[in-house]
Design a binder for this molecule. Sequence first.
Ligand code: SAM
Length: 214
Amino acid sequence: MRLRNIKGSRETIGASDFVVHEAEQQKGRWSELFGNDHPIHVEIGMGKGKFISELAGLHPEINYIGIEKYSSVLVRAIEKQSELLYPNLKFIRMDAEYITGVFAPDEVERIYLNFSDPWPKDRHARRRLTSREFLARYEQFLIPDGRLEFKTDNRDLFEFSLEEVEAAGWKLLACTRDLHRDPELCRDNVMTEYEERFSSMGNPIHKLIACRIG
Ligand code: SAM
């Protein structure tokens, strides 16, 4: 999701207390920033932040960090948080390629990936957020039984992700190719912006949950 360049978005982000500006300096110290030792859940590629903002409101006992590459989208999440003021929600503007620079071993309990960019060309496979290269990065900071939860409507990306989970030696805990018709996995489901858009077009939503240690 890349919105047209929104005038002043970089300045808005630079001035926002909801954004952690030098995130590398928080590595190993996120609990200090939140002022408690609650578990940390991270969404990578959060877009305008609907999903993570709703989760933060539903679960004050969890600390949430939303990562987004583009300023033009991140400003929308900041606008929401300016009204919600959830103390358990922070944002980082960064490319997830560098994610191991901001989290220390065992610092994160859960990672959410929602409707991640598919990068359809084979030569770009390593850019997919569910590639084995990214799973290896996540292993460096997830707790031993930490989870990855991934939703998409893109069948090819989903099948690729299942293969990568297996190849990386992760354990598949749950899998559905039609989330909204799966009573168990759909319970407590919080919809993302893309999920609302694609499911309203009739696209089935796929979901997997994987655990780092089998
Ligand atoms: N997760 C949202 C949803 O489900 O509505 C947005 C989905 S949108 C298709 C993918 C988002 O991931 C975009 O906002 C994009 O900028 C972001 N993104 C893609 N690759 C990224 C990366 N390497 N690091 C951080 N954000 C990334």
